[in-house]
Design a protein around this ligand. Sequence first.
Ligand SMILES: Cc1ncc(COP(=O)(O)O)c(C=O)c1O
Length: 394
Amino acid sequence: MRFAERVNRIQVSATGAVMAEAERQKARGADLVDFGPGEPDFPTPEHVKQAAIRAIERNFTRYTPTPGIAALREAVCAWHRREFGSNYTPEECIISVGGKHAIFNALCALVDPGDQVIVPAPYWVSFPDIVKFAGGEPVFVPTVAEEGFRLRAEAVEHALSPRCRVVIVNSPNNPTGAVVEPEQFERILALCQRRGVWLLSDETYAHLIYDGRQPFSAAALNGAKSHLIVVNSFSKTFAMTGWRVGFTLAPAPLVEAMTKLQSQSTSNPTSIAQHAALEAAQGPMDFVAAMRAEYERRRARVLDGLRAIPGLRCTTPDGAFYAFPDVQALLAGRAADTTALARQLLEQEQVIVVPGEAFGAPGFLRLSYALAMERIEEGLRRLHRFFAAARAAS
Ligand SMILES: Cc1ncc(COP(=O)(O)O)c(C=O)c1O
């Protein structure tokens, strides 16, 4: 079958492929420990679910305006102001079908063939493919484990060519959990303003940060708005991945361009999900704090457990819910790369991890700790057994 070149340019999301394999194994009755999930294991809060039920009962089941209902755009701006100290109006806000859709629309609205987009690596799997779909060229800026994967403005400046249109910053980062320090953010923003380049700040994990850090948005920086695109999502903050609601805050002309694109593709995000999101944005945030505290407890256990494996090194992630250990030293004589290693782990121990190659980081594995502590303990036991057997055999 022949397909359009734009589809041949991209690949199925590697994390999606891992999820599909986990589903197949579960259907066969395998006792899996699944460190794969890129989503909270908590249910959506009750008051949010009730708002959706009320929306159905009141027949909010029709088309809505393409960029979202006015009340939600208003509430998102108010929530963002309250949580991060920003200053956006509803005309500068568009609601999309998840954060991924928001990023897709923003990049498709801005990137022409031949344009470059800076993507710090390790990166979330979808950034390069969305850039390629838009006809652009991803330019990777490496961050390294020795520096906690922290992105520095000099590295961005070094990679910034006259063909660059957008710089993507994802803090906290998926997969490393690294946070970009506010002063580095400030310098990256200033650089973008000087060079007339957009800064796309993916703040999907902004509320999931540890060690007493406060949620931060680039929108809080002085004079940020002219070159800044903020993308965030209800998915991780409110445990609402399946509802598919995300948003963009950006200058009104860009919001209009994204609305045009959305009007000819998905139209509005689901009416019912918008009402659920409205309740989430206006409701209490204590649930988020409780979820964050639990992730922090799990992070400590996962780090202890992983670091007790001889030869494995793991930086402390500042946020998100992933550990990103360096297993390079454990590959020798055992597996050609982490994709092969992940396959062995699945076959021999029924443990699912995501190989680093998916994130542009060969030699690393991503382990999500969005799973119950009891499963984390079982997974760590199996990982220790797996690597001990490998040591004995070598
Ligand atoms: C860094 C990052 N950005 C954006 C998203 C998009 O999430 P959603 O489309 O569910 O809002 C994800 C989801 O995994 C992510 O990890």
